[in-house]
Design a binder for this molecule. Structure first.
Ligand code: 13P
Length: 256
């Protein structure tokens, strides 16, 4: 079992040419780490996935997607199914990112259907949850997180949860350059751990709980050292190989 998962969410960034170069650079450097202890995932735009897979498939990097649709096929113009992602060698799929909830009106029930489609295809899910600034200010953070987890994970068994990674991403910390404080990270991750230990008595203690939201090469040593933080989901810094590699290096140092 890896101590940390370090995942890059590239969002809607890079041309395919630039993306392949970034992925090659990361893979080349990661492959030089003897005895790699972390799981490294990059989630580029859909159009880049297969080209990047072909570049990195012999490396220690896994490739993921940023979204999927829950139906298998049919008249759903513009959507991409889990089967299609599996066919281009995706191993992980991010669902429930706050940008999808906000701009594309995704509900917890949509996300639950996506997770079930991912499980059916035996791929891994990275489920994002997190409160807005308004919710944090009015003291409802943990009610929001509980509702998101209860509804997104409705009818997910103890066996199935082993294929799901959780990413706590406070919406107010995403892309702002200001991460949650260490105390806020610790409080949320301790809360999630106890939620999962109660809900899944056997699997709960081992579920990966990633932090996301302005995680970078500078704050990674402090954030990844927090108990119950099992890695990071990284946006901006994942597009800069030196920064992403520095976060990986931090995770490796903390893994010994
Ligand atoms: P930033 O690291 O750019 O804040 O983005 C975080 C995120 O949304 C990852 O999914």
């Amino acid at each position: 079992m890896n101590k940390f998962i370090i995942a890059g969410n590239w969002k809607m960034n890079t041309t395919i040419t630039d993306g392949v170069e970034i992925a090659k650079n990361i893979a080349l450097n990661v492959d030089q780490i003897a005895n790699l202890k972390s799981k490294i995932i990059i989630c580029p735009p859909f159009t880049h996935i297969y080209s990047i897979f072909k570049e990195v498939c012999k490396s220690k990097i896994s490739v993921g997607a940023q979204n999927c649709y829950f139906e298998q096929k049919g008249a759903f113009t513009g959507e991409i199914s889990v089967d299609m992602l599996k066919a281009v060698e995706c191993q992980y799929i991010i669902v429930g990112h706050s940008e999808r909830r906000l701009y594309f009106k995704e509900s917890n029930s949509d996300i639950n259907k996506k997770i079930k489609a991912i499980l059916t295809n035996k791929l891994n899910t990275i489920l994002c949850i997190g409160e807005t600034l308004e919710q944090r200010k009015n003291g409802t953070t943990f009610d929001v997180l509980k509702k998101q987890l209860d509804e997104c994970l409705a009818d997910i068994s103890e066996e199935e949860i082993k294929n799901i990674v959780i990413a706590y991403e406070p919406v107010w910390a995403i892309g702002t350059g200001v991460s949650a404080s260490i105390n806020e990270v610790k409080e949320a991750h301790d809360w999630m751990r106890s939620y999962f230990e109660k809900k899944y008595p056997n699997a709960g203690k081992d579920i990966y709980l990633l932090y996301g939201g302005s995680l970078n090469d500078k704050n990674a040593p402090e954030i990844l050292a927090v108990e119950n933080v099992n890695g990071g989901l990284i946006g901006g810094a994942a597009l800069v190989p030196e920064k992403f590699l520095s976060i990986i290096d931090t995770a490796e140092k903390l893994s010994v």
